[in-house]
Design a protein around this ligand. Structure first.
Ligand code: ANZ
Ligand code: ZN
Length: 750
């Protein structure tokens, strides 16, 4: 029978140069799982690679005058050594390095497939610009109005950019979350909120003395009798027309210009003042026929729904502060005046002034970056044909080397050899290449598929390999990717499935978000200077100690406080195991202890196996520690030591390998089967029964676990202490609580 497959995946690192403790924790957890699954007989895929495009390499190029590729490959070399030192059992023949042409050629090919499918498109849009990174960012990469990487406040900028149409997958990305039973609720909630599905109604308002209408989107149709104004976004197409040649014109224009410099966050923040102007126009309420003034307001966003709202100051917080600031009336509605949503909806449908509408907060994924060190976007602009893809046989579009790295500007624009090309469609000689590169999150959106057939040079991946290995059985990584990488990768998986490239719906069956590594209560970080270098620990104590401390110090999903004494403790424990197995004559089994030791080992196997299956690595280790304590007291024997070493193997691979050989084996411990326990031996052979006389504790006796009530009674009544109390009494009755208690009720002999 073919072995069952199991895919263990850890988020691959950015090759900054050195592993940090966060990496060590992530990879130790994954490696322990991979080793355990192998011992259980699975065919395990456990690959590693490098997410190796990105800005730091380019900054290094500027600062140290070294080519980004040289810098990156050196870092990869160094980090690979560190990964080896840690004893991480990766399938290195499946290594994926996203910055090498063998990989990015296929990132480009996938881009072209998405383009052909209408899922990649270019449009001019107001985008988030980081002035420090000199590039645009996707919405997901803006955190509280600032760049996720460098924390600089982003500003809006109007640019023509490439987008992936992730919004086409909004609904399936949302409903797909329901099938992810083994994902943390927290991550699923974050994704659902980011997708932001709203069910509401679109309502049209006739503009007075005009044939035009304004469409608003509301989730509260039940509040229509409280509307006192309409408000449109500053970018709304009606605004410029309406203010033309009015006394307000210049005032409103400068207001619009000002709003354009503000982030979405600033504009919609409920605590900030809301500003705007009356546009001199009125709309008619289809419900009350009232005249409603139309305003332009900063808190209305053009890129959400229709870019216009109905103002209900009595019900909505933002409408309320806007109305108060601009002397707009507030129309309070008593509970009784409020119709139901259903009633308004049927009225709307009868009068045909609107329709139900589902709206998503999710925006398309902006993937152009004005940087050098990324996958070149394989598109060409021809004066005749317009925008056309590079012919697939010409891939990869290689990054040129004749580049000037300057502090500003897009480096690829400085390379004439790259920029100028001929049109693949009509042969026109004045065609130019796209000089933007892709967001590095595109690279990491399909690397887990590439691993399944990493060396194929004919296609991005073999369909069969992806279909049989995916979904990843266990994905492990940081929670900071909850709405970035994890959402993009899910989108890619579904989009490539729909392109017919494979058959997988969701890429990651189970997700573990490991906790952070802290020092004195705060996250270890370079900027805080509170890091502990993994290499130092490995050199001082060995990799096994580092691994054991990291797994023992906290449950995998909780934060782990670094502790030097904890590291010492892990080291001491491994030394004890080593002594036990290296000097068996010193720890020879004591007289009469064989059954007890056997039972102790079987119970440990049972409990540790259960912990291994539920990521209870810290409790599994503490059970191994208890076992070792027990064996120090009772003495041990070869079989017990072997079971101990087998159970230790996933945690401390180097020591386990060495001790397995010391125990006389020529085989590799890592190719042994995970030990199994005998259920009969796990059950206790004897019980302690409390013996009472008239409810008072008189003694305890040890009885055979299988003994009948009759046998237990006989044994109890023969006890000297019991006999003494029975003297001069007769037994009235005996109460028996199986395995626990025997109460003898007596009365004096008359
Ligand atoms: C009237 C109303 C009354 C509203 C009330 C809410 C509460 P979500 O849930 O996020 O979809 N809105 C609609 N389009 C907008 C835009 N382009 N810019 C800013 N705000 C916009 O929010 C939907 C609500 O956000 C809509 O429902 C609308 O205000 C506002 F007591 O309509 B509501
Ligand atoms: Zn930045």
């Amino acid at each position: 029978m073919p072995k069952q497959r199991y895919y263990v995946l850890e988020m691959f690192p950015y090759p900054s140069g050195h592993l940090h403790m966060g990496h060590v924790r992530n990879y130790t957890i994954g490696d322990t799982l991979a080793r355990y699954k192998r011992m259980q007989g699975y065919d395990v895929l456990h690959p590693m690679g490098f997410d190796s495009f990105g800005l730091p390499a380019e900054n290094a190029a500027k600062n140290h005058n070294v080519h980004p590729q040289t810098w990156t490959l050196q870092n990869i070399d160094h980090m690979k050594n560190q990964l080896h030192q840690l004893g991480l059992s990766y399938d290195w023949d499946k290594e994926v390095v996203t910055c090498l042409p063998a990989y990015y050629r296929w990132t480009q090919w996938l881009f072209i497939q998405l383009f052909k499918q209408g899922l990649a498109y270019k449009k001019k849009a107001n985008v988030n610009w980081c002035t420090s990174c000199n590039t645009v960012l996707a919405n997901e990469q803006v955190e509280e109005g600032a760049c996720w990487r460098c924390k600089t406040k982003v500003i809006p900028k109007k640019l023509s950019q490439w987008f992936f149409k992730i919004t086409q997958y909004a609904e399936s990305l949302l409903t797909g979350l329901d099938s992810l039973q083994e994902w943390p609720e927290k991550v699923k909630t974050m994704q659902a909120n980011w997708i932001g599905k709203s069910q509401g109604v679109e309502i049209e308002f006739q503009i007075e003395e005009s044939t035009e209408k304004i469409t608003v989107f509301t989730t509260r149709p039940d509040t229509v009798y409280g509307i006192t104004y309409l408000a449109v976004a500053p970018e709304h197409p009606f605004v410029l027309d309406w203010i033309k040649n009015t006394p307000q014109e210049s005032l409103v224009l400068s207001f619009i210009d000002h709003v354009k410099t503000q982030s979405t966050m600033d504009r919609t923040d409920a605590t900030k003042p809301k500003t705007g102007y009356f546009l001199g126009q009125y709309a008619i309420s289809p419900f009350t026929q009232e005249k409603l003034p139309i305003w332009v307001a900063d808190y209305v966003l053009m890129d959400y729904a229709s870019g216009a709202v109905m103002g209900v100051p009595a019900q909505d917080q933002r409408d309320c502060s806007f109305a108060q600031a601009h002397q707009i009336p507030v129309k309070a509605l008593s509970e009784d005046d409020m119709p139901s949503k259903e009633a308004v909806l049927s009225l709307i449908q009868k009068t045909q002034c609107g329709r139900p509408l589902t709206q998503y907060r999710l925006r398309d994924w902006l993937i152009s970056r004005q940087r050098y060190w990324g996958t070149p976007i394989p598109m060409i602009t021809c004066p005749v044909c317009g925008i056309v893809p590079v012919s697939e046989t010409e891939l990869p579009v290689l990054l040129p080397t004749d580049i000037t790295f300057s502090w500003t500007g897009n480096p690829l624009q400085t390379s004439p050899s790259f920029l100028n090309t001929i049109c693949p469609q009509c042969g026109h000689k004045n065609a130019t290449r796209d000089t933007d590169t892709m967001d590095t999150f595109v690279d990491s959106s399909w690397y887990f598929m590439r691993y399944c057939s990493a060396n194929t040079s004919e296609k991005p991946f073999e369909e069969e390999a992806v279909n049989s290995w995916l979904p990843v059985d266990q994905y492990i990584g940081g929670v900071e990717h909850a709405v970035l990488h994890l959402l993009y990768a899910r989108f890619f998986c579904k989009a490539l499935r729909d392109l017919g490239l494979h058959k997988i719906d969701e890429p990651f069956k189970a997700l573990l978000t490991q906790g952070m590594v802290l020092k004195e209560g705060t996250k270890m970080s370079k900027s805080l200077g509170n890091t502990v270098d993994p290499t130092t620990i490995i050199e001082k104590y060995g990799a096994d100690t580092a691994r054991l401390f990291i797994l023992f110090g906290a449950p995998v999903d909780r934060d782990l406080e670094w502790s030097d004494s904890g590291v010492e403790g892990a080291s001491r424990f491994l030394n004890r195991v080593s002594r036990l197995c290296s000097f068996p004559e010193q720890f020879r089994l004591k007289e009469g202890q064989k059954n007890a030791v056997e039972q102790m080992v079987h119970i440990t196997i049972q409990k540790v196996t259960k912990d291994m299956d539920t990521f209870g690595y810290n409790t599994a280790i503490s059970k191994l520690m208890e076992l070792v304590n027990g064996l120090f007291l009772s003495g041990s024997m070869a079989w017990a030591n072997e079971q101990l070493v087998l159970m230790l193997a996933p945690f401390a691979p180097f020591l386990a390998k060495e001790l397995w050989q010391k125990l006389g084996h020529s085989t590799d411990v890592h190719q042994q089967a995970w030990p199994s326990f005998d259920p009969h031996k796990v059950q206790l052979a004897t019980h302690i029964v409390v013996v009472q006389i008239n409810g008072k504790l008189r003694t305890q006796i040890e009885v055979d676990a299988k003994a009948s009530q009759e046998t237990v009674e006989k044994q109890a009544l023969e006890e000297a202490k019991v006999k003494a109390h029975l003297h001069g009494h007769q037994i009235v009755k005996i109460i028996w609580v199986p395995h626990k208690l025997l109460n003898v009720v007596t009365k004096p002999l008359s």
